[in-house]
Ligand binder design. Structure first.
Ligand code: SAH
Length: 393
């Protein structure tokens, strides 16, 4: 198989040699003029040393995303090996077990293919391609998943129309690529039940990345008044209520999120939850001295570098508000999922919020995303979820 070659400029090979998988357009010195979006290419240094293979993207600052640092053929067998490796890693770690049947099966760069997300919901798999180059490999990806999961694959749903750029999204349609749904999906996470609606829900239907952090919240919730802001499907609320919280308040500005949260509370036959479809800042206006534990898990305030500054202001405002109003000796679980706000910036922002609130704060835990959202030292940008648990005197 002959692939097009891309030659980098002098000295531009170092990041690929360190296994960082992105090639920026400015690093390229020579390429075939007929390259189309999504084409598989081989990347070479100026000295003609092979560096990696990936898919080409037209426009944008990243021109090639590497999917193999070895020379190979990108066929069904390649995808089988990639995805199977990710699957075996999760099985090996015991992420899926008798108590949990939901996990991220494939996490982009962390598993060696930028732009490919596969989420696993008890045999139902949701595919989100973030680049056209991945989308073009869809048939191979589906064949690989079928081979890996065998008869335990119940359905596969393509939800890429939301993650591809507009130009490409217009050429696709969300829908089932394997099987279909014959009943609603209810998954188990640490023995707690959650209804999954990946067709209408946000992202792929569930924020799988908070699994370990929800469990930790459970450890601090017994007998406490817990507030879960930005609750979406009520993941944190269910854990808190199940752990014996005296009272749980769940807040989300979206009514459909609140409906899902209520459904999940009902599924777990837990009590003491009240849900509010309202803006978090609005809700917090008159809530001084009520809560022992507060969860702050807002959507990404910064989606790009341009919005980083405003995002920091947003995190500071939200956290200062919570630090001010929590009861003495309260505990705050605070998160940021903005990729461009790295952990140091987030920690500093929380420090600034504590200073502004004027209360004594201790850090009980630093948290990151769980092992099914792997972070590699070669790709620090992959560490997008940061969290802290604070003790507020
Ligand atoms: N903590 C959740 C995930 C949060 S996703 C979990 O564990 O699953 C972010 C949520 O914030 C979304 O459901 C969105 O509807 C909600 N949201 C966004 N802006 C909001 C605001 N200003 N006030 C309240 N909720 C908001």
């Amino acid at each position: 198989m002959e692939y097009s070659k891309i030659i980098l400029g002098k000295g531009k090979e170092f990041s690929l040699q360190r296994k960082h998988p992105w090639v920026f357009s400015g690093a390229i010195s020579k390429k075939d003029n007929n390259l189309a979006d999504g084409d598989i290419v081989e990347v070479y240094s100026q000295q003609n040393q092979f560096l990696g293979m990936g898919y080409f993207s037209n426009g944008g600052s990243i021109s090639v995303r590497i999917i193999s640092f070895e020379k190979t053929i990108i066929d069904e067998d390649f995808w089988f090996k990639k995805i199977n490796k990710a699957w075996q890693y999760r099985l090996h770690l015991g992420i899926l077990n008798e108590r949990t049947n939901v996990c991220r099966l494939f996490f982009g760069e962390g598993d060696g293919v930028p732009g490919l997300i596969l989420d696993y919901y008890d045999g139902h798999v949701v595919l989100q391609a973030h680049s056209w180059g991945v989308y073009m490999q869809k048939d191979n990806i589906v064949a690989a998943v079928k081979k890996i999961l065998g008869t335990s694959l119940k359905s596969m749903y393509d939800k890429s129309a939301e993650t591809l750029n507009k130009h490409h999204a217009e050429k696709t349609k969300n829908g089932f690529i394997v099987g279909e749904l014959d009943s609603e999906i209810i998954v188990k996470e640490n023995d707690h039940l959650f209804k999954i609606d990946f067709i209408n829900g946000q992202k792929t239907g569930f924020f799988i990345d908070q699994r370990d952090n929800r469990k930790l919240l459970g450890d601090y919730s017994k007998g406490k008044n817990v507030l879960n802001t930005f609750c979406y499907t009520g993941g944190f609320s269910v854990y808190a209520a199940a752990a014996g919280a005296a009272m749980v308040h769940s807040v989300d500005s979206s009514q459909s999120a609140i409906d899902l949260c209520n459904k999940n509370i009902e599924l777990n036959t837990v009590k003491n939850n009240e849900s509010y479809a309202i803006d978090t800042f609005e809700f917090l206006k008159d809530k001084q001295n009520i809560y022992d534990v507060i969860v702050l898990d807002p959507p990404a305030f910064a989606k790009s570098r341009d919005s980083k500054h405003n995002a920091v202001i947003g995190y500071k405002r939200l956290n200062a508000l919570a630090i001010k109003l929590i009861k003495p000796n309260g505990i705050i679980f605070t998160y940021s999922c903005s990729g461009v706000v790295d952990k140091y910036l987030f920690y500093n922002t929380i420090t600034a919020a504590a200073i502004e609130a004027g209360r004594n704060v201790k850090v009980l835990h630093y948290m990151i995303q769980p092992a099914d959202h792997p972070v590699t030292p070669y790709f620090a940008e992959g560490e997008y979820l940061k969290g802290m648990v604070l003790w507020v005197e």
